[in-house]
Design a protein around this ligand. Structure first.
Ligand SMILES: [Zn+2]
Length: 507
């Protein structure tokens, strides 16, 4: 939240700013009641203040000269402060727009632009502006985060693109320390004498909305900072764009019509589990015409979605996943997302909720779908909670897609040929990227999911009662037509979507 505290108390109450999810609000307090109005500042062309006898009417117009905000009587000082602030922000935004191309920027170009920015006179260096610049540059380079690695001489800055870290700049220690302070201030974290691991979130409203999760870790030398760029609702992937093979998509889609039960997504951290869950929930919002109560308890909330009621875990104030979920269950929910199943208390509560009358979504860290059951039982959850409650387990990984600009048909590796043959694939159209500026010379551009789906039946649940090994579970699942993740991976490589090096570790 960004709040302009410079504004003094007006006669009608306090006026402030709230800038989250790219939506900017003007809030004010009128006779003790908070009122809020949403405006998109980047769309605002004019700010008009008509003079009245002693007070003023505030009026905003959008690009098409339509009045989008016309409000209350404010006093003159409030209006002037607001106008000044907006003009300042707009000027800064247009300055940034000049430097920043709001389109895809390959890493080499980003390196050059950042280098140029750093060449200015240290006296003119503005850490707030540079931080904002760096974050937007990262976004336009398709990065999901910015990593700062402190070294003895200087600090290395890297962008994470398609899962890999790529060097973009080296910063002097003074520059890094000023960026560190700037980021902490934005996230509302105070400077401490002795650094401790900390997390925070901040939102930038200009030149366009950007949400950032800040993570700090003390090192023997300085503090390591990681800034994760949070996707906005409009940037979240749709269920049909996740890369599910048609048969898995159909089966999964059909199961989403269930009114109760547990849907489990499993895979490694950073494997796209949350993206899949958000995609599923958004799909259900659409299909139901937004008539469902979808409540979430997450740690952290990765994207704010208008149609969900999202709660962030806050252990410090006692809002644990367990407490949050207990409260949600009393709030007449239709669909619940509980971030991650980590202990038996949360596991049993979530599963009993799914048994009753709620459709529950959660994730668990497991390598494959049958293993997800073992993991949950290892937490101490009794098999009875799983019985007939778990509708489906979807296991997934993310793999890089072969670059569409520089890839050509190539001879498939022998191992892939063998695997494809085993699956009965006769025609292989393998593709490999040579490397170009668009893909930062890696031959890969963008990522897609690789999936397996397993819907357990009564016999599988019976097997769970007898303390089975993973091998037993896998062979039981296979006898029921369970297709391992590796099958989808082989199909995707054999059809030229991804490369052998991307999938060899999951086969
Ligand atoms: Zn390329």
């Amino acid at each position: 939240m960004i709040e302009v505290t410079a504004w003094r108390e007006s006669k009608i109450g306090r006026i402030g700013y709230d800038c989250r999810d790219g939506k900017v609000f003007i809030t004010w307090n009128f006779e003790g009641v908070d009122e809020k109005k949403e405006i998109r500042l980047s769309d605002i062309k004019k700010l008009n203040m008509e003079g009245y006898t002693s007070n003023y009417v505030l009026e905003f117009q959008d690009k098409n000269d339509k009045i989008i905000f016309k409000e209350k009587l404010l006093d003159k000082q409030d209006c002037e402060n607001l106008k000044l602030y907006l003009e300042q922000q707009m000027a800064e935004a247009s300055e940034l727009f000049e430097d920043l191309k709001r389109e895809y920027v390959p890493i080499r170009e980003a390196q050059k632009i950042i280098e140029e920015k750093l060449e200015i006179n240290p006296a003119d260096f503005d850490p707030d502006k540079f931080l904002r610049f760096l974050l937007f540059q990262a976004k336009y380079a398709r990065a999901t985060g910015v990593h700062f690695n402190p070294g003895q001489q200087d600090v290395r800055v890297r962008f994470r693109i398609d899962g890999l870290l790529m060097d973009v700049a080296r910063l002097h220690w003074e520059v890094y320390n000023s960026l560190l302070s700037s980021a902490k201030r934005l996230a509302g974290l105070i400077e401490l004498k002795r650094a401790i691991p900390r997390e925070g979130v901040f939102h930038l409203g200009f030149p366009e909305p950007l949400g950032v999760r800040l993570s700090l870790m003390p090192l023997t030398e300085g503090e390591k900072m990681i800034l994760r760029i949070l996707p906005f609702e409009s940037e979240l992937l749709k269920l049909e764009d996740l890369g599910m093979p048609p048969d898995i998509y159909e089966r999964y889609h059909a199961l989403l019509n269930s009114s109760k039960g547990m849907v489990l997504i499993c895979g490694p951290a950073g494997g796209g589990k949350t993206t899949t869950i958000y995609g599923s929930l958004l799909h259900m919002v659409d299909e139901s015409g937004d008539t469902l109560n979808i409540s979430t308890i997450e740690d952290p909330v990765e994207s704010h979605v208008e149609s969900f009621c999202q709660t962030q875990v806050d252990t410090k104030s006692g809002l644990t996943t367990f407490r949050g979920l207990s409260s949600i269950l009393r709030q007449d929910p239709d669909i619940i997302l509980v971030g991650d199943l980590r202990d038996y208390k949360v596991g049993e509560l979530a599963l009993s909720g799914a048994m009753d009358e709620h459709l529950m979504f959660s994730s668990v860290q497991a390598n494959n779908a049958p293993q997800a059951f073992l993991r949950i039982m290892e937490m101490g959850v009794a098999p009875a909670f799983l019985d007939s409650t778990v509708l489906v387990v979807l296991a997934q990984r993310l793999v890089r897609k072969v670059c569409s600009f520089c890839s050509e048909e190539a001879a498939p590796p022998e191992e892939l040929k063998k695997k494809a043959e085993e699956l009965g694939i006769k025609n292989i159209t393998y593709r490999a990227g040579k490397g170009c500026t668009a893909c930062n010379m890696t031959g890969y551009l963008g990522r897609t999911g690789v999936f397996e789906l397993f819907a357990p039946d009564k016999e599988f649940f019976n097997l769970l009662q007898s303390e089975p090994t993973l091998e037993q579970l896998l062979s039981e699942a296979k006898s029921k037509g369970y297709n391992a993740l590796s099958n989808d991976a082989v199909i995707k490589a054999a059809s030229g979507l991804t490369g052998w090096e991307e999938i060899k570790n999951i086969i």
